[in-house]
Design a protein around this ligand. Structure first.
Ligand code: PLP
Length: 384
């Protein structure tokens, strides 16, 4: 089994359940290495059963799943897509590839998610979709976003890359909007190295999703015996992973509850230990609204200033601890300026992203290491 390094504390260390290699061997013996074999089918069924989506489709990555959403929703040049600036580049890139314009709206001070109260004012006649990014596995206010989308005839895409096993009002993230995307990248909770899934929640979109994923052909229907030959039907690309990846992922999905519970325990321990530091005004802890059940994806703290963050990060570095900042907001990045536009002030985005630090969180992080991290926070921020 893999174990984290002894001398340093990494930010992340991928957890293996122990069955990954056995399933990969099984996939090899099955003699089918291309996609959509027995392991892929098991993963699809699991994702469907555990999310309530109409259809789940494995992809190479969450990035690939987001690109599929843009194709599936027929996003065209000049279309506008509302999203936070405080997100990963793929949220925007997927739509920019189709010539669309990301419209950046500010985030909420508490969850760092899209501020649903600022979305409506950003809608124009060109707006096609809202992308809800569930930061840290804590859900956006989906009820409000869905209502706004319904009134204005917009699609809702959930970027649930960080949202695996998390819920909003009891509903799994990724299964609430028209489409949802998951990531199984090494840095996420459930991993396959690179990997992702598209969750289709509108039955009208299922058939075309399968076609787009299979190079624009109806090969999926052919394999089910629904057509006697497969042909080029639509635009598409190769978005499906091979069976080796699906076999690895299957070992992780089987343990998804267990993995999530272990991460939640580490998250809770940080949260309890940091309470006095919050009370002393040294930092702010994450806020999880009552209707959100998160998944322990990441633990962050907000320091009083950008300067306090720099001091803290330097101190962590000297102790070989992998505490890290997070997104450089897209509206302040070279490509974000070129391809996107801001709606209103992004004051909260700027403020929060400048003072956020993510703490190491992985299965195998010891109590001692956690205490060391909390002690460093207690002693560093005072000094700034
Ligand atoms: C990780 C992440 C992605 C990209 O996921 P990949 O599987 O690496 O493509 C997209 N959006 C968000 C919010 C992410 O955290």
């Amino acid at each position: 089994m893999n174990t984290p390094p002894v001398k340093s504390t990494p930010f992340n260390f991928p957890h293996m359940t122990g069955k990954e290699l056995a399933y990969i061997a099984e996939a090899q013996l099955n003699g089918q290495l291309a996609g959509d074999g027995p392991f892929t089918k098991r993963c699809h069924e699991w994702l469907k059963d555990n999310s309530g989506c109409v259809q789940a489709l494995l992809t190479h990555s969450c990035t690939a799943a987001l690109e599929m959403t843009a194709l599936l929703l027929d996003i065209r040049a000049g279309d506008e897509i509302i999203m936070p600036s405080y997100t990963f580049v793929s949220t925007a890139n997927a739509f920019v590839l189709r010539g669309a314009v990301p419209v950046f709206v500010d985030i909420r001070e508490d969850t760092l998610n899209l501020d649903e109260e600022k979305v409506e004012a950003a809608i124009t006649s060109r707006t096609r979709a809202i992308v809800a990014v569930h930061y840290a596995g804590v859900a956006c206010n989906m009820d409000r976003l869905l209502m706004i989308a319904r009134i204005h005839g917009l699609f809702v895409v959930e970027d649930a890359a960080q949202g695996m096993m998390a819920r909003y009002c009891g509903r799994p993230l990724g299964s609430i909007g028209d489409l949802g995307t998951l990531s199984f990248h090494e840095t996420k909770n459930i991993v396959s190295g690179e990997g992702g899934a598209l969750l289709v929640n509108d039955s009208k979109l299922v058939q075309r999703a399968e076609i787009i994923r299979e190079k624009g052909t109806d090969r999926s229907r052919f394999f089910r015996g629904q057509v006697d030959k497969y042909t080029w039907q639509d635009v598409g690309s190769s978005f499906l992973p091979g069976e080796l990846i699906a076999a690895f992922l299957w070992a992780q999905l089987e343990e998804a509850r267990n993995i999530t519970d272990k991460r939640l325990a580490i998250w809770q321990r940080y949260h309890a230990m940091l309470e006095p530091l919050e009370a002393a005004g040294i930092l702010r802890r994450p806020i999880v609204p009552a209707d959100c059940t998160h998944n322990g994806h990441l633990y962050y703290v907000l320091l009083p200033t950008a300067r306090a963050r720099l001091t803290t990060l330097n101190k962590f570095k000297r102790h070989s601890i992998g505490a890290v900042f997070h997104y450089v907001p897209l509206h302040s990045s070279p490509a974000g300026i070129r391809y996107g536009r801001c709606h209103g002030s992004l004051e909260t985005t700027n403020l929060q992203s400048d003072r956020l630090v993510r703490l190491p969180l992985f299965i195998g992080l010891t109590d001692e290491r956690q205490e060391q991290i909390v002690n460093l926070l207690a002693t560093t921020s005072h000094a700034t």
